[in-house]
Structure formats: C-alpha cells, structure tokens
Design a protein around this ligand. Structure first.
Ligand code: SF4
Length: 200
C-alpha cells in the first residue's frame, strides 16, 4: 500500500464527507411530491427580495437555464405553492410569491432535519464549521463561477436610507422596505464601500 501524508488523507476524507452529506441532503428532498430542484426553488422564493423573485434571477442563482427555471416555477404554481402577483406600480410586472400553501409546505422543509443535526453540535464546532465552509464556498465559487447573493445592508449598490425609513437601491433606483431589504438579492455587490445606512 502506498504511504500518504496524513494531512492529504484528512483533506480527502473531508471532501468525501461533504460529498456524502450532499447526497444525503439531495436524497431527503424527494418528498411531499417535490424533487430537490423544486425544493430549491421554493426556498429561493421564500427568502429572496422582490427584485430576485423572477425566472431569470432563479436561473442565475441555481446555475441553470431560464427555461428550466421557468418549468420548475410553473410546476410549483400548478401545485398551488406559488402565484404571480401584479406589481401595484406597474401592472406589466409580475412578482412570484409563495402562497399560504407554499409557506406551510416550507415549514416541512426536509432540510430541517439537517438543522436539527447541526443544533446538536457544540457551539464552537458550529462556529468553526461555519467559517470553514464559508471560505470553501467562496473558493469554489471563484473556481467554478456562480451567483453571489447577500442583503442590502452590505451591498455596494445601497445608496442609504430614505426619509421614510426604507432602503434605497442604486441599481434599481427603487426603495425597499426593511423587511424586503433583509431578504437576499441576486444583484448583491459584495465587498464595496457602502454608504452608512441606519439600522432597520
Ligand atoms: S441594494 Fe443591493 S442587495 Fe439591495 S436590492 Fe439593490 S442590488 Fe439588491
């Protein structure tokens, strides 16, 4: 048997563990009549701000085509989990929203099982894993490409807080409520100098 440096064995073992966890997570997501792509889509719509709840944004976030993203959205709409709501200011624009049925289904997210397993870990283990996995994700994203996402408070497009207490997005030239500004956005611009915004 070839001798390998212990350090390399540890790194390979870590890669295998991540792969195994990923496969187990995917396997969990064939439930309630949905597949993993449909669960991804449901989570995305549940967490994204209004500018990101579109087929194009979903496609770029999931790294798929707009056509595939639209098919997934249509399937969830037919099942009654999503609906398209006209923008009150521009009737030509429709925002994709979770229905009450969709919100209740998200409460049954099969990945809650992973959350429970994580909550059984010691705090310092969670902190160390979180820091390490965040770096890994950033590294893999720079190698493989992918969509950044983040929230308004730390975005380079943020122009500050308006007189009415909303956040002003410079990219869209539009205001977001504090609730919407705390949701993630696929237009997020990381690591830029942002103007000071008051806490929502
Ligand atoms: S400020 Fe940034 S995160 Fe917020 S809506 Fe605009 S682009 Fe998205």
């Amino acid at each position: 048997m070839c001798a390998q440096p212990t350090d390399n064995i540890d790194k390979e073992e870590l890669s295998r563990l991540l792969d195994r966890l990923g496969r187990m997570s995917r396997g969990l997501q064939y439930c309630h009549g949905l597949n993993p792509a449909q669960w991804d889509c449901l989570r995305f719509i549940g967490q994204a701000n209004r500018f990101s709840r579109t087929p194009g944004a979903l496609a770029s976030f999931l790294g798929t085509t707009k056509g595939t993203a639209s098919q997934t959205l249509n399937a969830l709409e037919k099942k009654g989990y999503l609906s398209r709501v006209p923008d009150p200011d521009d009737r030509r624009v429709r925002h994709i929203e979770l229905t009450d049925l969709g919100a209740r289904l998200l409460d049954e997210d099969p990945l809650n099982c992973l959350d429970k397993a994580i909550s059984n870990l010691p705090r310092e283990t969670v902190d160390t894993m979180s820091a390490g996995l965040t770096r890994l994700c950033a590294d893999m994203q720079s190698r493989c490409g992918g969509q950044d996402s983040g929230v308004c408070q730390t975005c380079g497009h943020l122009e500050g807080t308006t007189a009415t207490g909303n956040m002003m997005c410079g990219l869209k030239q539009a205001e977001l409520s504090c609730e919407d500004a705390a949701r993630f956005c696929v237009n997020f611009l990381p690591e830029a100098n942002t103007p000071d915004a008051e806490e929502c």
